[in-house]
Design a protein around this ligand. Structure first.
Ligand SMILES: C[S@@+](CC[C@H](N)C(=O)[O-])C[C@H]1O[C@@H](n2cnc3c(N)ncnc32)[C@H](O)[C@@H]1O
Length: 285
């Protein structure tokens, strides 16, 4: 039997439990019981690809362990990778100011873009700072972009976007300056992609990238984590920041009531800084 697009997928409660537990174990993300229909929608392409009819069959393949990659494919399909170029555009103006302030002591400024998805966010940063460099000679910050999903990172490194994706948030001027067309897709110029270092990193279980950062951008990632998991992630960000460094969260996210490691920034509205009372636990220089 082949799966029609609209056909609901049969799933036992056991299969749902295995899949939600896998996602939580690998990423810290939870799918609430009332949202378990999301499994059905998100995993349909994978089932079709593997010529399976039910989530139970998929879970059987997972538990048999004969295919090492199947767990990765399931997690990649289940994590929310929604993103766009220049998402919440005003944040980028503030980031330019924050980088300029950090550059005043002539160090190379470092930005960590955590949960970078398919690359639109770090590529937006790279465009802003490369244009600033070309216009004024201001030094380029180092941009490190991480994500738990190898599939998302592969897309980010390729810098290849559909017509729909490229139009979301990217002004035509920048589309033409920084991208080439290939068939109906748009591909970021290598000179832009090479301004970013991409690495796989799980925010919940891995150590942050080495060295300290002036800005940690982690937008629209933590909202999918349980309160308990988030509690463990905030101190990692605090330890990864230079003194005076800033944390930037998504528009609907806050540290207030979530952690004592951060407090609202006094200089940049909507940004956060390390609470001076937070004890550092990491000695990376
Ligand atoms: C909704 S996207 C947000 C992308 C981008 N930051 C933005 O705001 O447009 C969330 C990203 O976080 C990643 N993610 C989820 N859990 C993660 C974890 N535990 N560690 C690292 N990345 C994670 C997902 O793979 C996904 O690419």
């Amino acid at each position: 039997m082949t799966l029609a697009k609209s056909m609901p997928i049969v799933a036992s409660q056991t299969a749902i439990n295995v899949l939600t537990a896998l996602l939580e174990a690998r990423t810290g993300q939870q799918i609430a019981a009332y949202r378990s229909w999301r499994l059905d929608t998100a995993l349909k392409p994978l089932l079709r690809d593997r010529k399976l009819d039910t989530l139970d069959q998929l879970v059987t393949q997972l538990l048999e362990g004969s295919d090492r990659l199947i767990g990765d494919r399931i997690v990649d399909a289940l994590v929310n990778q929604e993103t766009s170029f220049f998402r919440d555009a005003l944040v980028f103006d503030q980031l330019v100011e924050a980088v300029a302030a950090a550059q005043s002591d002539r160090r190379r400024v470092r930005i960590w873009c955590a949960g970078c998805s398919t690359g639109q966010e770090p590529l937006s940063l790279a465009m802003v700072f490369a244009e600033r460099h070309a216009a004024s000679g201001a030094p380029m910050p180092e941009i490190i972009a991480t994500d738990v999903s190898e599939a998302a990172l592969a897309r980010a490194r390729a810098g290849r976007f559909s017509q729909f994706e490229i139009q979301r948030g990217l002004p035509v001027r920048r589309m033409i300056r920084w991208f080439d067309t290939t068939g109906s897709d748009w591909v970021a110029k290598p000179e832009l992609v090479k301004l970013i270092t991409f690495r796989r990193m799980n925010l919940v279980s891995d150590q942050p990238p080495p060295g300290r950062f002036d800005i940690v951008l982690c937008r629209n990632v933590l909202l999918y984590l349980s309160t308990e998991t988030k509690t463990g992630v905030f101190p990692k960000f605090a330890d990864a920041l230079n003194p005076g460094g800033k944390l930037v969260l998504g528009a609907g996210e806050t540290v207030i009531g979530q952690t004592s490691a951060f407090e609202p920034s006094r200089e940049f509205r909507g940004f956060y800084q390390v609470n001076t009372k937070h004890p550092r636990t990491r000695s990376t220089g």
